[in-house]
Ligand binder design. Structure first.
Ligand code: SF4
Length: 340
């Protein structure tokens, strides 16, 4: 029996572990947090059909409890050595593991919106991120904390920390346009009196049912989409916000008072990815995400033989894409081990 170590216990790590266990391998998942499931644990509903996230996390938990793989939680990898065709892995808990193959599934970081200080995140009370809003939409979450009791107007800003010269993140994070549409609809359902505006550069509704949801947002929920990038937000004495933008379709500058500003933050590789890359001796793209051998036929292969990649440590991905990428990683590992 071959032993495979998976670094990261988010959905990519779990899915890869389940598939490799099914293929008859011995698998150990190393997860830095206490709980498996990664950032999905903090999400309320999933686009495009508003599936409660707990339905997916619950199914994943049931699935991995049935499988016989080891989990080292609250643990990080501190060193990796390659000896005689095997990997010798040292953990923060001073354990030593020997593995025949490694899978890196360390996921992504959410962009830190404080880097866009012109939007006032963590400066003004009524500026939150899409990740914060997910928490407020969870059962028990109190929307009035951020939006006040009867918000009249709410604005979403797209592309915060993505497609942005200032932050150096030139790529599109793929999921934030549809996240904005989903959250705007969810807010409108809960606050039917509120006007909701989305400020975008251009909308990227590339996935199954995404475009339909965008149409529904406009036609059924009367959510307004304005083409323009927000230049700044400032707080007024009553804690509402004055936002400035330009409507680039009409070519006119625009000022608006809002009671809540939601920043649609993108995905980043984060410091953890660079540290893992250094420990594993594998490369990163200019974007900071892990480098794959190619984008078509070898998207699960790193530059090091025997080290495979799964999920959003390689690029921004939806949950569906992450699960599929994880399954393909398991197939590649299994094939590689058989040939070895
Ligand atoms: S998905 Fe939309 S909001 Fe996100 S970076 Fe791409 S264009 Fe911007």
């Amino acid at each position: 029996m071959k032993h495979i170590v998976i670094i990261g216990g988010g959905i990519a790590g779990i899915e890869t572990a389940c598939a490799l266990t099914d293929a008859g391998h011995w698998v150990t998942v190393i997860e830095k947090n206490e709980k498996l499931g990664g950032k999905l644990n903090n999400w309320s509903y999933l686009f495009p059909d508003f599936t409660p996230t707990e339905k997916i996390t619950g199914t994943l938990q049931e699935k991995y409890r049935e499988k016989d793989f080891s989990i080292l939680n609250k643990t990080e990898v501190s060193g990796i050595l390659r000896q005689n065709g095997k990997f010798s892995i040292k953990t923060s808990g001073e354990q030593h593991l020997e593995a025949d193959a490694l899978v890196v599934a360390t996921g992504y970081e959410i962009f830190d919106a404080r880097r866009k200080e012109e939007y006032g995140y963590k400066i003004y009370d009524h500026v939150i991120t899409s990740a914060d809003l997910e928490q407020l939409l969870l059962p028990g979450g109190d929307l009035t904390v951020a939006a006040g009791k009867n918000p009249k107007r709410i604005a979403f800003v797209h592309c915060v920390g993505s497609r942005d010269e200032k932050t150096g993140n030139h790529y599109c994070s793929k999921v934030c346009c549809i996240t904005g549409v989903k959250q705007a609809i969810e807010l409108k359902k809960r606050l039917p009196e509120a006007e909701i505006y989305c400020f975008y550069m251009d909308l990227r509704m590339y996935g199954k049912h995404f475009e339909e949801l965008y149409r529904e947002a406009q036609e059924k929920y009367d959510i307004q989409f304005i083409r323009g990038r927000l230049s700044e937000a400032s707080e007024k004495i009553d804690k509402s916000l004055l936002i400035k933008s330009e409507d680039t379709l009409s070519g006119r500058p625009l000022k608006m008072n809002v009671d809540l500003l939601v920043l649609l933050v993108g995905m980043e590789a984060g410091k953890g990815t660079a540290a893992t890359a250094a420990t594993c001796g594998i490369g990163c793209e200019e974007s900071g995400f892990l480098k794959t051998t190619d984008s078509f036929l070898k998207s699960n292969f790193s530059e090091q033989e025997g080290i495979f990649l799964a999920g959003s440590c390689t690029a921004p991905m939806t949950i569906n894409d992450t699960i599929l990428h994880a399954r393909s990683a398991a197939v590649e590992v299994d094939n590689w081990l058989k040939k070895k």
